[in-house]
Design a protein around this ligand. Structure first.
Ligand code: PHB
Length: 390
């Protein structure tokens, strides 16, 4: 080949390569999934990552002509790390959506980045009511503590529970659980002689439980984040609280499906209020639990998994609705108002609040086919976050 032609051919080839490269770039839709994969909240990360991958395996990784790329980052549930990772994902990786957020401080630390970069932040785990108010770009697919706590405060006094001591982790969701449980329970004629708060990191429940034993209420209402429930249950039983006539009640975080089966018969009869049980009797949930369990060596999905699974659905459908062409604002617009059936039951992303509206179930721990489950026995339909009406 004459030299001139060769150079021309090379230039063309490089240009063509460049073009394919830039098309490949444009054709990628990136989701930055920030989760606690190690540390105290690691089970949340494991559950949500598994659920997101299951959603992709079931629904394909191409939507509206875009190839979905999931970038998973471990924030070890340290909010400063979450913030740094979110910044890097937006600036360097140019992600289209930020998602995940195992604990409230991580979701809040990312809010300013979502706002400044106009990147939707899909909160799949964290559950303090105020989170959605921290940025207009936040959409939530998990739940709020007031949703669950108020439902329990309505159920308990109708079921012989007149005095309750509360025990919560001392940060956002715990303070929400305490406040909304107590206010509604007092309104319903109950009494709350004491409210106790334990540190989020490495809590020692023993001295608090001793105090509860001395106070001898009808029930102890507990909120601890997913992953910490088994420790509470163990110490509650070891101290013979149940034998002393004190019932354990709480939001469903304490009888988390990730840990419940290992809690033993002592957990039988514990009543909690929550938005998801692996035992939820619907064909869609049966399919979800089977597929999740198969794909993850027998791991049972918990409420974190369902938040991740539905969060992926919200992202996929927003991308589809905007035909793969929209930026952050268009995507956000297409996330608002989505309504669909989740493995937990019907859900709705309220366009005004960007928060989830969903059923809350009363459940009791029972043994079924040899395994412990939260068995639903009552439902409060379409619960909006009570924290938003104040
Ligand atoms: C939270 O930090 O918002 C959080 C974490 C775990 C839960 C609930 C709420 O189970």
């Amino acid at each position: 080949m004459p030299r001139k032609l060769l150079i021309r051919a090379t230039v063309l080839a490089v240009a063509a390569l460049g073009a394919t490269y830039s098309i490949a770039q444009d054709n990628t839709f990136k989701i930055g999934l920030i989760l606690p994969m190690t540390g105290q909240q690691a089970s949340t990360g494991r559950q949500i990552e598994a659920a997101a991958k299951l959603y992709m395996a079931q629904n394909g990784d191409t939507v509206a002509g875009k190839k979905i790329q999931l970038i998973v980052k471990d924030d070890t549930s340290v909010p400063d790390v979450t913030k740094r990772l979110a910044q890097e994902l937006v600036v360097n990786d140019k992600v289209n959506v930020l998602a995940g957020f195992g604990i409230t401080p991580s979701a809040l630390a990312t809010a300013p980045i979502a706002t400044q970069s106009k990147t939707p932040e899909v909160v799949m785990a964290a559950a303090t009511s105020s989170i959605t108010q921290a940025s207009p770009y936040i959409v939530r697919t998990s739940f709020t503590l007031p949703q669950a706590a108020v439902s329990m405060a309505d159920w308990a006094p109708k079921n012989g529970i007149k005095t309750v001591v509360t025990l919560v982790s001392d940060y956002g969701p715990g303070l929400d659980a305490e406040k909304y449980f107590k206010e509604r329970f007092l309104f319903n004629g109950g009494q709350v002689p004491e409210t106790l708060r334990v540190p989020l990191r490495g809590p020692d429940f023993a001295p608090f439980l001793q105090k509860v034993r001395d106070l001898k209420p009808d029930a102890l209402f507990v909120f601890v984040p997913s992953g910490a429930g088994a420790a509470v249950m163990k110490q509650f039983l070891e101290r013979g609280m149940d034998k002393a006539g004190i019932k354990l009640i709480g939001t469903g975080d304490v009888t988390d499906d990730d840990q419940l089966n290992d809690m033993g018969d002592g957990a039988l009869g514990v009543v909690t209020s929550h938005h998801y049980s692996a035992d939820h009797p619907s064909p869609l949930n049966t399919k979800f639990v089977d597929a999740f369990t198969k794909a993850n060596k027998g791991l049972r999905p918990n409420f974190m998994a369902v938040g991740g699974y539905d969060g992926m659905r919200v992202i996929y459908e927003a991308l589809r609705a905007t035909k793969g062409q929209g930026g952050g604002d268009a995507l956000l617009g297409a996330m608002k108002g989505q309504i669909f059936e989740s493995p937990r039951g019907p859900i709705f992303i309220d366009a005004q609040t960007r928060d989830i509206v969903q059923n809350i179930y009363l459940r009791k721990v029972e043994r079924k086919n040899g395994q412990l489950y939260n068995v639903e026995f009552a439902v409060i339909k379409d619960v909006k976050d009570p924290g938003k009406t104040k």
